[in-house]
Write a protein that binds this ligand. Structure first.
Ligand SMILES: *[C@@H]1O[C@H](CO)[C@@H](O)[C@H](O)[C@H]1NC(C)=O
Length: 296
């Protein structure tokens, strides 16, 4: 009974937050300044509220984490928290490298090379066979289309290689949502991007919940790229770690109306692509995340 009353009581808040998200980001302000009504933030900042801590006036914000290894040294790799982005390649406002308009959810305000500069060390990438290559697509039915294709995966992987080359004590993790069926497809794109030499070998990954090697050890051996795939068979065929053998995920429970909203969006996606991408503007502004905080 209690969840039901919560749902009804807070529904107007939800609508209000969406309104805030839609109308607060329209003349440039610096970090920390209010950006309500028609004020805009400087490049690289976004106009955000955080009602969860009572900060309901929108301010220009930039979230830049401290490097965890700058705080405590010498721990096992798994003892640190690494900032990870979901659909890291799905840049808001991007146009497909095919020339097409993209009609797919867009989650990020920064390109991957900028994310790396901003402290992101984990990347969730959806990879598909497309145009005789491997592309990053935010797609459906295990198939990539021009209008869901962002860019060839190698571009983003090369950005990572440049970063690892230039920052010899940094470690990157990639989680591949893997739709690639081309034999040795992942191996090839990792090799072509110059990343293979950095790969942390599966044989050194602990399978029974033990600690990982220390960050220092990984850096010293130059095994600074951890790659996981969502396809279990690829561990045997390509030596790429199947993620659920090595990682766990905490349960993220949406409030009931959010499930309804997701199903609703999904249905719309099947028939009205444009409307779907409109709905997901909220996600671009991190509002779903914010709402989630408000509700839990
Ligand atoms: C997809 O984009 C390519 C260019 O990369 C173009 O040759 C092709 O015709 C497009 N396909 C469709 C169905 O529009």
């Amino acid at each position: 009974m209690k969840p039901k009353s919560i749902r009804i009581r807070n529904l107007p808040t939800h609508l209000l937050l969406i309104a805030v998200c839609l109308f607060t980001s329209s003349s440039a302000s610096k970090i920390g300044e209010n950006c309500g009504s028609d004020n805009k933030c400087d490049a690289g900042l976004s106009c955000q509220t955080c009602p969860a801590n009572g900060n309901t006036r929108p301010r220009c914000s930039r979230t830049q984490p401290l490097s965890p290894t700058s705080k405590v040294k010498g721990l096992a790799f798994n003892r640190y928290s690494w900032l990870t982005t979901h659909n890291s390649y799905a840049l808001a406002g991007a146009r497909s490298a095919t020339g097409s308009v993209i009609v797919a959810p867009m989650n990020q305000e920064d390109k991957v090379d900028e994310q790396l500069k901003n402290g992101v060390r984990g990347f969730m990438l959806d990879m598909y066979d497309f145009q005789n290559d491997i592309w990053l697509c935010h797609s459906f039915q295990s198939k990539c289309f021009n209008f869901t294709a962002f860019q060839p995966a190698i571009n983003v992987l090369k950005d990572m290689r440049t970063f690892l080359d230039g920052n010899p004590s940094e470690i990157i993790t990639i989680f591949i949502e893997d739709y690639v069926t081309a034999p040795q497809g992942l191996t090839k794109v990792l090799r072509d991007s110059g990343l293979s030499k950095y790969m942390f070998p599966v044989s050194r990954m602990p399978k029974n919940g033990e600690d990982w090697p220390t960050v220092d050890d990984m850096v010293q051996k130059n095994q600074r790229l951890v790659v996981f795939t969502s396809k279990s068979a690829k561990e045997a065929s390509e030596g790429i770690a199947y993620q659920w053998t090595y990682v766990v995920e905490n349960q993220c429970q949406f409030p009931p109306w959010k499930n309804v909203l997701l199903v609703f969006e999904f249905k719309l996606f099947e028939y009205f692509y444009n409307f779907f991408s409109f709905l997901l503007l909220f996600e671009v502004k991190n509002c779903f995340l914010m709402l989630l905080f408000c509700w839990v």
